[in-house]
Design a protein around this ligand. Structure first.
Ligand code: C2E
Ligand code: CA
Ligand code: CA
Ligand code: CA
Length: 279
């Protein structure tokens, strides 16, 4: 190697410094975005398979950056989770979704379930039960219409405490859903410990049900298990009529997916529900 030339190590530390700087910068911008009202919630319809009716919506956050446009959550939620900013961000989404839920009630939209994602970090905050109760009080949204989605891995973390937190949320009338089901270490025994209302089958299984007999068998088993535990089962990421037809014969209760609608701005949800005969 040439004397005075830069070593691999120099490049490595340079890269690290650059990515660390980028992270700090993104975190700062995200914090401002939250304070400046640059976050928006979109809503994806949840459809009852037997009737084709939209019975709920899932709130999905986006970042409307003045320079970069609409940024999807995959690009900032992980950072928000690492930095703890997800606490404030999650509170914002919950409040916004409940506020919007009340607006839909006020314009005469038939009762809808509003589902909101909770991260593991929010569950770990000691005051999640109280902060959800506070949002319901502040917005006037009925607890019975709120559903909170937790991923399998969030549930598994500190399992013992989580059972108690979920029970206290459910005592208020809130529904609980397990999200991305099938991607973690699920077992019948584990699901039974949590008192849940809805099981959301991860998109990766749904993607393959019209191609792979194995995927179809697995989805069949998940639906049977969910029903045996008294849960409603929702299929995520349904994109084709063929997938929906299979899910219907399998007795799946609900679906979400581009086949019916992408996540929409609140006004577009209102129009969709009106044409759906729900307003
Ligand atoms: P998720 O909770 O599993 O949400 C479903 C994701 O699948 C959404 O992506 C939705 O737009 C997408 N999707 C739904 N149907 C289809 C389909 O038919 N085809 C395809 N290709 N995609 C479909 P999105 O909005 O980009 O959100 C990604 C993830 O970001 C969410 O996955 C969730 O884990 C996280 N996220 C979004 N909003 C929040 C939030 O407010 N709080 C927290 N903690 N996480 C959030
Ligand atoms: Ca979700
Ligand atoms: Ca999911
Ligand atoms: Ca997912």
């Amino acid at each position: 190697a040439k004397a005075g030339g830069r070593s691999r190590f120099d490049f490595y530390t340079e890269d690290l410094t650059r990515s660390a700087r980028l992270r700090v910068e993104t975190e700062r911008r995200l914090r401002c975005a939250l304070a400046d009202g640059q976050l928006v919630a979109h809503y994806q319809p949840q459809v009852e398979i037997a009737t084709g009716r939209v019975v709920g919506v899932e709130a999905l956050v986006r970042w409307r950056d003045p320079q970069r446009g609409l940024i999807p959550p995959g690009e900032f939620i992980p950072l928000a989770e690492e930095t703890g900013l997800i606490g404030a961000l999650g509170d914002w989404v919950l409040h916004e979704a409940c506020r919007q839920g009340v607006l839909w009630m006020e314009v005469g939209i038939a009762p809808l379930v509003v589902a909101v994602n909770l991260s593991a970090h929010q569950l770990r905050q000691g005051d999640i039960v109280e902060s959800v109760a506070r949002v319901l009080r502040q917005t006037g949204f009925p607890a019975e219409r709120l559903e909170l989605e937790l991923t399998e891995s969030a549930l598994m973390e500190r399992e013992g405490d989580t059972v108690g937190v979920l029970d206290r949320l459910r005592e208020q009338g809130i529904m609980m859903a397990v999200d991305d089901f099938g991607t973690g270490y699920s077992s019948f025994a584990y699901l039974r410990r949590f008192h849940l209302d809805v099981l959301k089958i991860d998109k990766r299984f749904i993607d393959e049900i019209d191609q792979q007999p194995d995927a179809r068998t697995i989805v069949d088993a998940i639906i049977a298990m969910g029903h045996a535990l008294g849960l409603k089962v929702l299929a995520e990421g349904v994109e084709t009529q063929a997938q929906l037809d299979i899910l219907r014969t399998q007795g799946c209760d609900l679906f979400q997916g581009y086949l019916r609608s992408r996540p929409l701005e609140p006004d577009a949800v209102t129009s969709l529900l009106r044409t759906d005969g729900r307003g």
